[in-house]
Design a protein around this ligand. Structure first.
Ligand code: AR6
Length: 168
């Protein structure tokens, strides 16, 4: 079985040195703010065109497209829909499922490295500490050919919670 290395980084996910970048999308896949805004700006308008036939995507699932302007190092973007906290239930299971779905999409294209943002912890309001623990457990328990996962925190608080979850 492949061993998956998990590391924590701080910064802008669009600069990650990986095959696949994950973005935090909404079920309509129409782009938005936060990390999705940054990914769409970097990838260019072709990304929205590519998403149109793939919508809608329910919470807990993910779709994959080419990376367009984010390339050539980054080859694909995975658009994951996390739960809206207090709305989509069961929130913990849907969040875990969103992370696992991302790895499945990576496996489908033979990718071995992927960068994740902290799904659902911005506009969707999921408590950061819980989200970091759930995502770490989900990735540790997943079966995938991905060998390197980079968890990209956008702030120090998220980095600390992910580091803590990684060391348990
Ligand atoms: N790189 C890495 N992480 C980032 C970046 C970046 N460039 N920018 C923000 N973050 P959010 P959600 C962090 O709100 O809660 C969108 O409008 C951010 O600090 O992007 O899943 C979508 O279209 C936070 O820790 O995603 C949906 O409608 C994390 O990314 C909705 O928001 C996630 O925050 C999804 O909400």
């Amino acid at each position: 079985m492949t061993v998956m290395q998990i590391e924590v980084a701080v910064g802008d996910i669009t600069a990650a040195d990986v095959d696949v970048v994950v973005t935090a999308a909404n079920r309509s896949l129409i782009g938005g703010g936060g990390v999705d805004g940054a990914v769409h700006r970097a990838a260019g308008p072709e990304l929205l065109q590519a998403l149109r036939p793939l919508a809608p995507c329910p919470p807990g699932e993910a779709v994959i497209t080419l990376a367009f302007g984010l390339g050539p190092r980054i080859r694909h973007v995975v658009h994951a829909v996390g739960p809206r906290y207090g709305v989509d239930e069961p929130a913990d299971d849907l969040l875990a499922s969103a992370y696992v779905s991302c790895l499945q999409r990576c496996d489908e294209v033979g990718a071995t490295s992927v960068a994740f943002p902290a799904l659902s912890t911005g506009a969707y309001g999921f408590p950061v500490f819980e989200a970091c623990r759930i995502s770490m457990d989900a990735l540790h328990g997943a079966q995938s050919a991905v060998t390197r996962c980079v968890l990209v925190a956008f702030d120090e608080r998220t980095r600390k919670f992910w580091e803590r979850a990684l060391s348990v």
